[in-house]
Design a protein around this ligand. Structure first.
Ligand code: SME
Length: 160
C-alpha cells in the first residue's frame, strides 16, 4: 500500500484545506499516537514550503518532551514557560513568531530557524502537547497559516 498525499501548490487556504483532508485520511482508524504524530509531521513537512523543522513535543507530567518530527535533531526537554514552545504550553495560546531571535528565551535548536509557529494541542481541557513548525524565512507564517495550523491542531487533538 502506498500513501501518496502529495498536494499541489495552491493558494494558502486551499493548501491547508487539502492538507486537512490528507491528514484526516492518514490518521483515520489509527489510534496509535506515535504513528499519527510521525505521519502528520511527514505530511506537513512534505507539503509546506520553506520549513526546516516540523514536529511535536508531548506533555509528559508537566514538561514538554520531544516527539516525532522531521528536521535536525532537537532539544529533548522544554519546561513550561520556556522558549516559544513552553510559552505556548503554559498559556495554551498559539504562538506565531515572526523573528525568533527577538523572542525572549527562544530555544535555538537549529540555527537556521528564523520564524516559528507553535500550536497547543488540547483535548477535554488537557494539554496533550504542541505542534511546532520552524522556518528559515523571517515572518514565514501568516494569519492564514495560523488559521490552517489551528485546524490541523484540532484534528490532531482528537486522535493523539
Ligand atoms: N524553538 C523552540 C524549540 C523547539 S524547536 O524549534 C524544534 C522554542 O523556542 O521553544
Amino acid at each position: 500500500m502506498t500513501y501518496d498525499f502529495r498536494i499541489a501548490a495552491a493558494d494558502t487556504p486551499t493548501m491547508y484545506r487539502d492538507l486537512e483532508s490528507a491528514l484526516q485520511g492518514l490518521v483515520a482508524g489509527e489510534t496509535d499516537a506515535v504513528a499519527n504524530m510521525a505521519n502528520a509531521a511527514a505530511l506537513i513537512w512534505e507539503t509546506l514550503p520553506d520549513v526546516n523543522w516540523v514536529g511535536f513535543y508531548r506533555n509528559v507530567g508537566g514538561e514538554l518532551v520531544l516527539g516525532p518530527f522531521q528536521g535536525r535533531p532537537a532539544c529533548i526537554r522544554i519546561k513550561f514557560g520556556e522558549g516559544v514552545c513552553g510559552v505556548a504550553a503554559e498559556t495554551r495560546q498559539v504562538q506565531r513568531i515572526e523573528d525568533v531571535h527577538a523572542f525572549p528565551g527562544h530555544i535555538a535548536c537549529d540555527s537556521a530557524s528564523n520564524s516559528e509557529i507553535v500550536v497547543p494541542l488540547i483535548r477535554d481541557g488537557e494539554l496533550l502537547g504542541v505542534l511546532v513548525i520552524d522556518s528559515p524565512k523571517t515572518a514565514r507564517f501568516s494569519e492564514e497559516d495560523e488559521a490552517g495550523c489551528l485546524r490541523l491542531g484540532a484534528i490532531l487533538s482528537r486522535i493523539l
